[in-house]
Structure formats: structure tokens, C-alpha cells
Design a protein around this ligand. Structure first.
Ligand SMILES: Nc1nc2c(ncn2[C@@H]2O[C@H](COP(=O)(O)OP(=O)(O)O)[C@@H](O)[C@H]2O)c(=O)[nH]1
Ligand SMILES: [Mg+2]
Length: 331
């Protein structure tokens, strides 16, 4: 999915499109044998240039946007929440319509200019072409603006590889999520933007044998009760269900994170009930500190204690999911 993010060009406004096409056309000059021939050929060149340039640009815009049917569910849901599939579809359909209309006008007026019996008639037809062409392009001005905004919003999407098995870390702030991602990652984790979060998601890669997994810390997403979100934010959070192959929920029994164990367990239930199909692995972090044990496996993301065992457990869940997926293949 990453390619289209960079491919979408700046979307010009209707006026900019027209200015560009007209100014290019104003320089068109085709020599003819006689004045009449000269004017006719020059105007044919103008109409051809204006029509070609505008339709090509409009169609380039339409093709540059991702086709929802081809996106995987994760990006599809994020695009829906930040832009709206229906709105985007409508804007692109209108721009397509405009391109077709421009091409129709070009064809029609080229014919008229060719058949025009006098310089006056050539000039009249050309003027009429300019007028009608401008008004057709201006009709999609709002759609062009919408697409330009959409283009900017698409840049906020995280660069996450949806084809790699992914471990999503959840739990209240300061329980040690980032510390764990850092500890298990083979390189320094990257920070990627994510809609409705200011901090972005932290993406690490964990190597195991010749396999690589993604490990993601999601500040602002899975670190507070989902019930408190508005619908649109919630949709952005729930997109994670298409990404997460397993959720590791971290509890900090030392409560040095600033949340009581009870509150942490309430968050666990809140998240669990919103991600019913994803396997959960629950751990206690900060085993190096004093705390009331809750009976879950203990790790210390700081010292590394218990982390290997946790990751073995995580891998076995991921492995079982691959087998399940294979079982689902048609035979
Ligand atoms: N003592 C101790 N401190 C930890 C451990 N894991 C994380 N921390 C500390 O807890 C604080 C919050 O950790 P961080 O990973 O940023 O938490 P996050 O907000 O869940 O990502 C940091 O100061 C960490 O150094 C641990 O296992 N033991
Ligand atoms: Mg963090």
C-alpha cells in the first residue's frame, strides 16, 4: 500500500488547472499559408492542448488514489475513518466525469473550428470553447479541493507492513510498553503517524530464526478505556483488529505507572471485549520492583527477565495462527 502514498500528486484547484492550460495554449502558434489557415491551425492547436492537458491531469488524479477494493482491511478502515470511502468515491467519480466532459468539448469544438468558414467563426467557436470548458472544470472545484485534503490526510497514515505477523502491545501509559518493544526489537523502533494520536505508533521488528515479526506500541490508542472515545476515534483504534495477530497486555503491579491494578484490569476487559477475535497474552511487567502479584507471568522489560519466555509464548500463538490460516485454505 505504501506506493500510492507518495504517488498522489498535488491536486490543483480548478482555477490553477485552467490557468496552466490556458497559459500554455496562449503560446501556441502554428504557421499557415494564409491568415485564415494560420488562425484556424493555431486555434486547433490551442483547443487540442487545453483539452489534452486537462483531461490527462484529471485522470492522473483519479488513478493516483488507492482503490478501496484493493486495500487490505486495515488501511481501508483507516482511510474510511479519516476521509470517508463514499465521499472519496464521489469526488473521484465527479472528476472522472469532468475529464470525460472536457474531452467531449474538445472533440466537438475541434470539429466546429475545422468546419468554420471564416476567421470570425473560428474565433467565435474558440471563445465559446473557452467559456464552456472553464465552467465544466469549475464544477469540480470542490471535488478537487476535497481530494487535495484527502491527499494530505493519507500522509498521516502509518507505514505498517500488513503482510507481516504483528504483535500489538497494550496497557496503561508508563507500564513499560515502549521499553518492551525496544528490548525485543533488532533495531531502533521507528515512530509512524497514526490518525487521532499525537504521539504516533512505535514500530519495532523482532527477528526469530529467519522470520521477522512486527511489534507495535500504540500510545493514545490501547492505553485508555475504549468506552471514552468518540465513534470516529474508536474506528481508528478498532482498525488495529485487522493488524494485530496477538495483543500483549501489560500490567504494572508495582503501580508506579500511576494506575491501580484494578483500573488496569478494567482496561484489560475493555480492550478484550472490543477485540474478541484476537488472542491475548497478559503479563506483569516491572518484576524487578515490589508489587502485588496477580498470578500472571512476570517479566522485566528493564532487566530482560522473563522476556524470552514471553516471546516464546507469543511466537507459539503466532505459529498456531499460521497453521489455522493454512487450514482455511481451500484444498
Ligand atoms: N523498574 C522498571 N522500570 C520499567 C520497566 N519497564 C519500563 N520501566 C520504566 O517505566 C517507565 C515507562 O516505560 P515506557 O516503556 O515508556 O512505558 P509505556 O508508556 O507503556 O510505553 C520508564 O521510565 C521505564 O524505564 C521494568 O521492567 N522495570
Ligand atoms: Mg510508550
Amino acid at each position: 500500500m505504501q506506493n500510492w502514498k507518495r504517488q498522489i500528486p498535488t491536486i490543483m484547484t480548478a482555477q490553477e488547472l485552467l490557468d496552466r492550460a490556458y497559459s500554455r495554449a496562449s503560446r501556441a502558434e502554428v504557421n499557415g499559408a494564409a491568415p485564415f489557415d494560420h488562425v484556424k491551425k493555431t486555434n486547433i492547436a490551442k483547443i487540442t492542448g487545453i483539452g489534452d492537458m486537462t483531461t490527462t491531469t484529471l485522470l492522473k488524479y483519479v488513478r493516483a488514489f488507492p482503490k478501496m477494493e484493493r486495500e487490505d482491511e486495515f488501511y481501508s478502515q483507516l482511510i474510511d475513518v479519516i476521509i470517508g470511502h463514499d465521499k472519496l468515491k464521489r469526488a473521484l467519480a465527479n472528476i472522472s466525469w469532468c475529464a470525460e466532459k472536457c474531452s467531449d468539448l474538445q472533440r466537438k469544438y475541434l470539429l466546429r473550428v475545422r468546419k468554420a468558414p471564416s476567421i470570425d467563426e473560428v474565433a467565435k467557436a474558440t471563445r465559446e470553447f473557452y467559456g464552456r470548458f472553464s465552467s465544466v472544470v469549475k464544477r469540480v472545484d470542490a471535488d478537487l479541493l476535497f481530494c487535495q485534503k484527502a491527499r494530505d490526510m493519507l500522509r498521516q497514515l502509518p507505514a505498517i507492513d500488513t503482510a507481516v505477523q504483528t504483535i500489538v502491545i497494550a496497557g496503561y501509559p508508563n507500564v513499560g510498553k515502549s521499553q518492551l518493544v525496544e528490548r525485543v526489537s533488532s533495531a531502533k523502533p521507528a515512530i509512524a503517524p497514526y490518525p487521532f494520536t499525537t504521539k504516533g505508533v512505535v514500530i519495532g521488528h523482532m527477528k526469530s530464526g529467519w522470520r521477522t515479526y512486527q511489534v507495535i506500541d500504540t500510545p493514545g490508542l490501547l492505553d485508555r478505556e475504549l468506552e471514552k472515545r468518540n465513534a470516529i476515534e474508536l474506528q481508528a483504534v478498532l482498525a488495529l483488529r485487522y493488524l494485530a495477530d496477538v495483543i500483549v497486555f501489560i500490567i504494572d503491579p508495582s503501580e508506579t505507572c500511576g494506575y491501580t491494578i484494578d483500573r488496569q484490569l478494567a482496561l484489560l476487559e475493555s480492550i478484550r471485549s472490543n477485540f474478541p477475535d484476537i488472542p491475548f497474552i497478559e503479563v506483569e511487567n516491572k518484576a524487578d520492583l515490589e508489587g502485588k502479584p496477580t498470578g500472571r507471568p512476570r517479566i522485566s522489560a528493564l532487566t530482560g527477565e522473563g522476556v524470552d519466555e514471553l516471546m516464546k509464548n507469543v511466537e507459539s500463538v503466532l505459529r498456531s495462527q499460521r497453521v489455522t490460516d493454512l487450514d482455511k485454505l481451500p484444498t
